[in-house]
Write a protein that binds this ligand. Structure first.
Ligand code: ZN
Ligand code: ZN
Length: 128
């Protein structure tokens, strides 16, 4: 698949048995399905293996936000994370996937992990 942000190619990457995403050979942006993103958030160290791009490069590509879905060609919607509103990513309105610039998934996951620690400190059960 062609990267929606740069001339690179989206290459298939796997982590463990269940996680398969695509990573751009040039800008290291990540293309993943919404359900895979949930698995990636739970998987210890998945960000170190999958989100291996340079966050400084990701910041540059974050400015490119008028992109089309690499699977269906429809203009993608911009979305920001509900907890971390500084993280902007693109999402296909048809549900094919989401595009994260290099470093964004690590940022997203780190916050999720810290939130869970705070929850434990407050004494909340993790599944509440
Ligand atoms: Zn790219
Ligand atoms: Zn699509």
């Amino acid at each position: 698949m062609q990267c929606p942000k740069c001339p690179g190619t989206l290459e298939s990457k796997t982590y463990g048995r269940k996680i398969t995403i695509h990573r751009c050979s040039e800008c290291a942006g990540l293309w993943c399905k919404p359900e895979i993103l949930l698995l990636m958030k739970k998987e210890w160290m998945s960000e170190a293996v999958l989100d291996s791009g340079d966050p400084r490069v990701g910041q540059e590509y974050n400015k490119v936000d008028e992109i089309n879905c690499p699977e269906c060609g429809v203009r993608m919607d911009k979305a920001s994370d509900e907890r971390q509103t500084h993280i902007w990513y693109e999402t296909c309105p048809e549900g094919h996937g989401m595009f994260f610039d290099a470093g964004e998934f690590t940022d997203l996951k780190y916050d999720t992990f810290m939130d869970r620690l705070r929850d434990i400190v407050r004494g909340r059960r993790p599944d509440e």
